[in-house]
Design a protein around this ligand. Structure first.
Ligand SMILES: [Ca+2]
Length: 243
């Protein structure tokens, strides 16, 4: 990356962090929640941002046990529908090492009814001033952008769905050269997470009957990109004063 672009990117993100943390200018938090905003200011930049606010209630981060069907909140139930690949593992790094945290790995190879679903023991409130957040990364090198649908369901069984592409599709993998020339080592990639923050209001078309105060289920439906191999992690509800 060009030196000047690196400097401008550092100014933007370090400056944004200071504005948000020291001066309570919470609107700068958007820089970290919506990676594509960085592109609007520095067009040459390709940005993937992983971010978690201290005001996040984690629903699933796969750290509690080795059981695929349990999540952070006791009594939560995870299930999968027709997924050819579903396990929990530590994402690999570009080297032979792995991360020291575990994520859900999900793969599919058609547009059939593939879904991954998290059900809660108690009704979840996703009303105003809250965001549904989660992290996604390509698990294998992918040259294509990836889209999927997030669906929320309330206690009465009403549901509403939103493709992540409404915010932005997950960009193709970034490739990099691990060793500098003249070493003849091919370009490689590694899983890099992107944080998504979905606004409840964006799920609701006019007159939608879904009750945001009484959610019982969040589903990830793999119905927009015919095949994918992803890591999913850090699903949570974030308090926000941005919007
Ligand atoms: Ca578990």
């Amino acid at each position: 990356m060009d030196e000047k672009i690196q400097q401008r990117a550092a100014q933007m993100y370090i400056g944004g962090f200071i504005e948000a943390v020291l001066f309570d200018r919470r609107e700068f938090e958007e820089l970290f929640l919506h990676g594509q905003l960085g592109n609007q200011w520095i067009r040459e930049l390709s940005v993937l941002v992983q971010y978690r606010s201290a005001e996040t209630e984690i629903l699933a981060d796969f750290s509690e046990d080795m059981n695929l069907h349990t999540a952070a909140k006791e009594g939560s139930v995870i299930s999968a529908s027709q997924l050819p690949l579903w396990k929990e593992e530590a994402p690999h790094l570009g080297s032979k090492d792995s991360r020291d945290t575990v994520s859900a790995r999900i793969g599919w190879n058609s547009l059939k009814q593939h879904a991954w679903t998290l059900e809660f023991p108690e009704k979840l409130n996703l009303s105003a001033e809250k965001l549904l957040v989660f992290d996604i990364a390509h698990a294998a090198e992918s040259a294509e952008p990836l889209d999927l649908t997030v669906e929320i369901t309330d206690a009465a069984g009403s549901s509403a769905a939103l493709p992540i592409g409404a915010v932005r599709k997950l960009p193709p993998s970034f490739t990099y050269r691990m060793y500098k020339p003249p070493l003849q080592v091919s370009f490689t990639s590694e899983p890099v997470f992107s944080t998504y923050g979905l606004l409840p209001a964006d799920f609701l078309p006019d007159n939608s009957p879904v009750s945001l105060e009484e959610l019982v289920k969040i589903s990830f439906n793999f119905d927009r990109t015919p095949k994918g191999d992803i890591y999913l992690d850090n699903i949570g509800i974030q308090n926000t004063r941005i919007y």
